[in-house]
Ligand binder design. Structure first.
Ligand code: NAP
Length: 282
């Protein structure tokens, strides 16, 4: 029988712990603060930013929103980041992506102090992850590791296949699995015969961005399936990368979309912000 990995429930349990730790920190005079920068009028970005602000309020953090107009220049954005890097009330800074095409995204992400880079996108934090000495964990992969732990799914010695090699999901996911002693294979658009590889996997993480990419014939009986995808189908409904209906007949554990990986990502952003705030009194 297939078990559902309930991201909402796990996220809510982790957020409870974050709230308790935040209450303790506040008694010591520190309130974690997250600065969220949004540039332009992208409706999806607005939804993500609102959700992040709401999550901050729920656990007792301060959130500071900087909504900038579409015409903002790279220089103006860098000046704001410099100000926030030096603001003692701000523990985490995130710049909602995508930025308008006229802005140098790399320059912006590299300008955020690695000690306030709660998305863990800065090259210094990527390097720390590579050598296994990280301060902040990249949110989506960290959320997945948390889910596996919550469900007592041990990855040590397991064959794990990550489909997708983006800097924000696929690559850091593979690194975290490797740190936990999994044997990891990364697949991408140039990988030949993906099904031959996925069929040998104990755990599959699909981070492709294509509806119904992972089908029943690509999965072995009892595999653990993590669906990172957030796609819209022809009817406009949110769906993942996995053919949930059929793959769940073979899997031992599976994440749904929505209600799987998604709720964990913001939760890990809160966790990183708390970690940063705690370093104020260390
Ligand atoms: P991305 O940057 O577009 O990367 C997609 C990856 O999939 C690439 O590495 C690409 O390979 C690979 N790929 C594409 N077509 C393939 C194929 N036919 N066979 C094998 N690999 C293929 O996307 P992303 O940012 O990693 O996001 C992936 C999905 O996760 C999206 O649906 C996104 O919306 C979702 N997401 C969800 C969350 C969440 O919190 N739930 C967070 C982040 C992202 P190449 O490198 O060779 O092009």
């Amino acid at each position: 029988m297939c078990n559902l990995i309930d991201g909402k429930k796990i996220a809510s349990s982790v957020r409870e712990k974050i709230k308790t730790e935040t209450d303790e920190l506040k008694k010591k005079g520190v309130t974690p603060g997250l600065a969220v920068i949004i540039v332009g009028n992208n409706p999806a970005s607005r939804v993500y930013v609102n959700n992040k602000k709401k999550a901050c309020e729920q656990v007792g953090f301060n959130s500071y929103e900087y909504a900038l107009k579409e015409e903002t220049t790279t220089k103006e954005l860098l000046e704001l980041i410099d100000k926030l890097n030096n603001d003692n009330n701000v523990d985490g800074i995130l710049c909602q992506l995508p930025l308008p095409g006229s802005i140098d995204e790399n320059a912006v992400l590299n300008a955020i102090s690695p000690d306030k880079d709660v998305d863990a996108f800065h090259p210094v934090n990527c390097g720390r992850l590579f050598i296994g000495n990280q301060k902040f964990l990249p949110c989506t992969p960290a959320g997945i590791m948390e889910m596996l732990k919550y469900c007592d799914i041990d990855v040590s010695g397991k064959n794990c296949v990550v489909i997708g090699r983006s800097n924000i999901v696929g690559k850091p996911m593979a690194m975290l699995l490797l740190q936990s002693n999994a044997t990891v294979t990364i697949c991408h658009s140039k990988t030949r015969n993906i099904a031959d590889i996925t069929k040998k996997a104990d755990i599959i993480v699909a981070a492709v961005g294509k509806e119904n990419f992972l089908t029943e014939d690509m999965v072995s009986d009892g595999a653990v399936i993590i669906d990172v995808g957030m796609n819209r189908n022809a009817q406009g409904k949110l769906c993942g990368d996995v053919d949930f209906e059929n793959v769940s007949k073979k899997a031992s554990w599976i994440t749904p979309v929505p209600g799987g990986v998604g709720p964990m990502t913001i939760t890990m952003l809160l966790k990183n912000t708390l970690t940063s705030a705690e370093s104020r009194i260390k």
